[in-house]
Design a protein around this ligand. Structure first.
Ligand SMILES: O=C(O)c1ccccc1N[C@@H]1O[C@H](COP(=O)(O)O)[C@@H](O)[C@H]1O
Length: 197
């Protein structure tokens, strides 16, 4: 089974849809200024609606470690997704405080050492764009679980999993119709991911 994260949840109603389709992880954009960014009140409402066993990860643009620790400590998020340029010190500090971390990397930097728990390979940042999956290092070379992201959708997800053999896939745009999370697409995406060995 390939695990699946559905990211960019920005409406309370979408949390109820996630409970119906049961992804392995959900994500909210706590970095400001993006189309799917959420404020604290919406984030709290999403966490309250989402099934307890589905971890909610916050996506951050910079290393506001104190904010991340506060959000983690009060149960708003169960992990942090950090961008490529975040310092290794920040990642290490968060890990030392017990915060699970996903570190986003471009494909060419996939093998760089990191204290993160999961390395996410993405060039899209929520824009729905794919990259050349052949640039992802083959499984035997990887030191950390790999999360594939960027332009994944119901038409290419099975091929992507077969080619890259990721531990996780992460999808935002491909789970939306007219910019809003869609139950039928999310159900298909979860079924495709979970069907793979
Ligand atoms: O989703 C966003 O709006 C976003 C904003 C800023 C940083 C990351 C963001 N999303 C991440 O990008 C991947 C891939 O997105 P897509 O499927 O290509 O739309 C998404 O899963 C998030 O982890």
């Amino acid at each position: 089974m390939t695990k699946i994260k559905i990211c960019g949840i920005f409406q309370e109603a979408s949390a109820e849809l996630l409970n119906q389709v049961q992804p392995d992880m959900a994500g909210i954009i706590l970095a400001p200024g993006h189309r799917r960014s959420v404020g604290i009140m919406t984030a709290m409402a999403i966490r309250a609606k989402l099934d307890d066993h589905i971890p909610l990860y916050g996506v951050f643009d910079d290393q506001n470690v104190m904010d991340i620790l506060t959000f983690y400590g009060n149960g708003l998020i169960q992990g942090a997704q950090l961008q490529d340029d975040v310092s290794e010190d920040a990642v290490t500090l968060l890990r030392d405080k017990g915060v699970p971390v996903i570190q986003t990397r471009r494909p060419e930097a996939a093998l760089r050492d990191t204290a993160a728990d999961i390395v996410q390979i993405d060039t899209s940042a929520g824009t729905g764009t794919t990259f050349d999956w052949q640039a992802v290092p083959p499984k035997p070379l990887r030191k950390k679980p790999l999360m594939l992201a960027g332009g994944l959708n119901v038409d290419n997800l099975a091929d992507a999993i077969a080619q890259v053999q990721p531990d996780w896939v992460d999808i935002s745009s491909g789970a939306e119709v007219d910019g809003v999370k869609d139950i039928a697409l999310m159900a298909q995406l979860v079924a495709i991911a979970h069907a793979h060995e």
